[in-house]
Design a protein around this ligand. Structure first.
Ligand code: NDP
Ligand code: OXD
Length: 314
């Protein structure tokens, strides 16, 4: 294949073979760090690329994130001034909706209690509030948060949403901005974080924030689910909140340090549910065709979709 429209594939943390195979069926691909930096590279497809490498590509037209989040790109201070495209895809959204509904239902239906009872052969039916008595608050009411809200409404939960700008949805109580955060938390029993990691959201889930959640409910406490980014939260504050009752249980898919270090007490906490940043994996079979279609659209002179707002950071 000639060098025209060459793609740089730069990935850390997982093996990119399938991405390479699918992309290279349509276009020449240079795999970083094995390949040389080639001036014929026009597109970069990246997940945690090595900072600085994109600035060295004189003919780069666009950067494609292998995830919905783009913090892994924007932390590179030398990102060239070309559009950054993030993932918006039915397949990824579906995975996230499944994860959120699964974790919310497990907390509401008291899965942790039943698992503990089963280990001790205890036959006991606890009080069970129905979904319509429990409010799930979605922090980050964007592509994924809104899809999760629709699914939770269909199950019967009360749903709250919090975003940066005002965003409404039928059947959902919404707040936005700094002034909306406390009333949103005060009205929320189960908090679901689906925020991007930006300077404004880093460390936002701390002890003080968890203390504002609503706890006088039929489940006897507040719950946290974080499937956004680990650095939104302070792991130590979550542990403290679990210990002193601010939080009854938590489900975390993301952590301040990933993989979660073996010595982290979060692994063994009885009221903690850990998944390895697996809430919504990027599946190349579904996502590569969308990326290739966007490259073709750009070459036809059309606009790219799902471009990141660099100033906002997501
Ligand atoms: P979107 O950009 O569609 O939505 C982001 C939402 O967060 C928007 O509602 C936005 O507000 C809100 N937001 C951003 N900054 C602030 C702020 N400072 N204060 C209040 N609200 C804010 O992103 P997605 O829904 O597609 O994805 C969300 C995140 O999920 C990704 O950035 C990624 O980090 C994470 N993710 C995790 C995965 C996993 O496997 N664990 C998989 C996929 C994504 P507004 O609507 O006003 O713009
Ligand atoms: C993403 C992720 O951002 O998988 O898509 O974390």
């Amino acid at each position: 294949m000639s060098g025209a429209n060459r793609i740089l594939l730069s990935v850390r943390g997982f093996h990119p073979q399938r991405w390479y195979d699918l992309l290279s069926a349509s276009r020449p691909v240079t795999l970083e760090p094995d390949g040389p930096v080639d001036p014929s590279i026009e597109y970069a497809v990246v997940w945690k690329h090595k900072p600085g490498i994109l600035a060295a590509l004189p003919n780069l037209k666009a950067i494609f994130s292998i995830g919905a989040g783009v913090d892994h790109i924007l932390h590179d201070p030398e990102i060239p001034d070309v559009p950054i495209v993030r993932i918006v895809a039915d397949n990824l959204t579906q995975y996230m909706v499944e994860y959120v509904v699964w974790r919310v239902l497990d907390h509401q239906r008291q899965g942790a209690l039943y698992r503990a009872q089963q280990l001790r052969k205890i036959w006991h039916e606890p009080q069970q509030p129905p979904a319509n008595e429990i409010a799930v608050g979605i922090m980050g009411f964007g592509q994924l948060g809104r899809a999760a809200a629709k699914a939770l409404l269909a199950v019967g939960f009360k749903v709250n949403g919090w975003s940066r700008m005002a965003r409404g949805m039928d059947g959902v109580a919404t707040w936005h901005g700094e002034s909306g955060l406390t009333p949103f938390l005060n009205a929320t029993d189960i908090l679901v974080a689906l925020l991007p990691l930006t300077p404004a959201t880093r460390g936002i889930i701390d002890y003080g924030l968890l203390g504002k959640l609503h706890r006088e409910n039929g489940l006897g406490g507040a719950f946290l689910i974080n499937a956004g980014r680990g650095q939104l939260q302070k792991d130590a504050d979550i542990l403290r909140a679990l210990e002193d009752g601010l939080l009854k249980e938590a489900s975390l898919d993301v952590f301040e340090t990933e993989p979660l270090p073996a010595e982290s007490p979060l692994w063994m906490h009885p009221r903690m549910f850990v998944t390895p940043h697996a809430a919504a994996s990027s599946d190349p079979e579904h996502l590569v065709p969308l990326m290739l279609e966007q490259m073709r659209a750009l070459e036809r002179g059309e606009k790219l979709a799902n471009i990141v707002d660099r100033k906002a950071g997501y």
